[in-house]
Design a binder for this molecule. Sequence first.
Ligand SMILES: Cc1cc2nc3c(=O)[nH]c(=O)nc-3n(C[C@H](O)[C@H](O)[C@H](O)COP(=O)(O)O)c2cc1C
Length: 176
Amino acid sequence: MATLIVSYSLTGNNQALAKGLATSLSAQHIRITEPKKRTTGTIALDVMLNRTLKIEPLQDRFGEYDVVMFVGPVWMGQVAAPFRACFKQYGAKIDKYAYISISGGAEGPNPKLKDELTKRLGKAPVAVVDLHIADLLPKEPKPERKDTSAYKINEKEVGQLTESVVTSLKGSNLPI
Ligand SMILES: Cc1cc2nc3c(=O)[nH]c(=O)nc-3n(C[C@H](O)[C@H](O)[C@H](O)COP(=O)(O)O)c2cc1C
């Protein structure tokens, strides 16, 4: 089973998770980067205008893998916008895929990810695993967005989150 992990991360959390997963699954790992500086303003504009900004070219080996795992944040309820260019350029070559995220979760789950992915890639994901920083924090006082957005996951949490993802994927149709 050849697995490709494609990650994007603005503040490091999903990069750390993607690295943990790549090690745990013995998968190839490539990163999406953008030529232009990413800001909260460009995040909001991408979501509101459904924009696709340029990414740096990726090594085009998408057709060689049985499964592609996208690992990245959730922004305003959506898949992080830098994946859009990747989906447009390489989506047709991808058979099975999953979206995996360590997102904030302060306002609860992000229920629209599966539908958005299905629309953007023209096929449904085999799995969506959305883990939340809010679940790593004390229950009281209830974590707010400012608490989750400032949080950087530590090495121990990367290990725990990686295990959770692998367990979830094993429960899906993904033969890993
Ligand atoms: C502009 C912005 C919007 C966000 N919107 C959401 C959201 O809708 N749902 C959520 O769970 N987390 C949301 N988050 C939190 C991020 O998903 C979370 O901080 C994530 O761990 C960041 O990943 P990274 O460190 O890999 O960039 C948002 C963060 C930013 C900066």
